[in-house]
Design a protein around this ligand. Sequence first.
Ligand code: SF4
Ligand code: SF4
Length: 325
Amino acid sequence: MMLEVGYLHIDNPIAVITSHNQPVFNNAAGLLLLDDFDLDEVPLDEMQVGLEKISQKGTGAFGLSVTCSCDEPLLEAARLASKNLCLLDLRLSKVRDPIRLLELIPRLKHCGVTLSLRIRPEDLSNALLEKLNESELDRIHLDLRGLNGAGPKMVKKAKDSRGPVIMALADIIEFEDARNLLAMGADVVSLRGADPEFAEWLSGALQEYDSLSGWCNAPKHICAGGDLRGLAFCCPPVKKCPVLAALKRAGMTPEEFMQKKLSFARGTPLEKGEGTCFGSLVWCCKISKLCYLRDAALARIGLSAKEYMELKKKLAKELLSKSSR
Ligand code: SF4
Ligand code: SF4
């Protein structure tokens, strides 16, 4: 997978956050973030040194997490980050006032920086989320630590509001924890203080999973609680089921949904699907749902499971693209 956000190229969905005082470098991570630059305490020079260290290590994408009670040091940091093509991760701790925050975002963006905001769900009201989605923020970094099972739900809420790219910081203990967040729409999962070997293993495992599955953060079906991307696996909306509520949330009528799916399928292998429930693979379920009818249809046209999922991924993107709202 390759995720392009602003000038960042992130080649796997694991970000590692490490203290800037005692950084633990990790070459396998898709993104390495140096944490805890409180610019009320830490001079900018120190950040420059941190940046040099990190870039010498030859890691992939990298970033800096900052906060400050004044704006000017943050703007300086944004210029520095932009010059070094690194992410600026703004921490809410000292930028809590929503009025200041919403004024600060365009000023920081004006420095040319790729910007993320690290925020706890309790600080993210619906009104603020809406405003952030309208802002130029490149990614929203949800700090979900300590939430136990509620993390994936928060990700789904942010994803379905169709705002910036989502990074989810959570207590990840095993592969499934990361996969659950990805399945609800996180584009990147970030780890803080994780064992470097575990982080490396997880990055590798997810990369492998992506290359085998074709869609590393594939959603669940809508009726299994998936986010709106799950519409790619929905049947024609002809009976009463959760697809109707999902379409409402997506701002689409059932007719528009039918049209969009059919016009996407035209000329692609998804158009085929003789013998499946609805005669076309565009209406078929996720590959992880066992179905010999679909698998027989795939085999007949020589489409692999991975290619099938890649097409569904494109379909989801098309269905939810803002231009086609
Ligand atoms: S349309 Fe099909 S897949 Fe979608 S929510 Fe309804 S039953 Fe589930
Ligand atoms: S044919 Fe199988 S995969 Fe396709 S819609 Fe029916 S149950 Fe789902």
